[in-house]
Design a binder for this molecule. Sequence first.
Ligand SMILES: [Zn+2]
Length: 270
Amino acid sequence: MNTKKYFILIILMSLSFLILAQKSEIVTTEKEGNIIHFHFNNPNPYPISVLLDFTELKNMTANKQIPFKVVLKANQSREKVITITPKNKNSHSYRYTFKTMNGDCNKKHNEKYAYRLPFEKGSKFRVMQGFFGTFSHQKQHAIDFDMPIGTKIVAAREGIVIQTKDDSNKRGTTKEFAEDGNYIRILHNDGTTASYFHLRKNGVEVKVGDEVEKGQFIGYSGNTGWSTAPHLHFVIYQNSFEKAETVPFLFETSPKKLEEVKKDKFYTAF
Ligand SMILES: [Zn+2]
């Protein structure tokens, strides 16, 4: 390779790095004289919401109500501009902060949604622990299904895969192992997220950005992370800019019958 070609290659490589780096920034500003325009970018293959606020806005006004909330579609860039302008010629300054969350911040969990049992048609499993179970669900609306490692898991509800982990083979009976659990997280159209937890190593069969149907095979159960026995931990989170909280949900346990599943009862998927 001659020097000139080599040089051009280096420029191209650094340029593409720069573009990537810019693309990953969620809030960017642009100056037009004394006016500041804010742009919002979502580098993720799923929707997110952003909350922009100012910790300082000295002698400047915004053209939108602040704090400013915006919902960004998957892979959306330079959207929804908010502008701040100096009030007069006196000195002015600003400082901003922002928070993000997965999904649409204006939506709430549809509590009447008929969740499907998250395993294959015809298979039957026992609930080991239900909502606020005394063993480990004291603060959670979560369900544990007793099932052998390698049981096929299907989506309880349609949505977009937003996070997965399946590189862990670690398990323990104390809290320090909580981070070692493999999982799939799926974002629903009401802004909630389902988490399918404790999956086996290499047990994830979907990838981030995939749109999955209700009942679609997504992976294999396991016994990774903070766990005492093989099971599937299933939970729905209401996302927010602060802390995501679990919400109650109903399974369709037989045609048109919606119920909260209970500890020690068996349920058959249909
Ligand atoms: Zn659990």
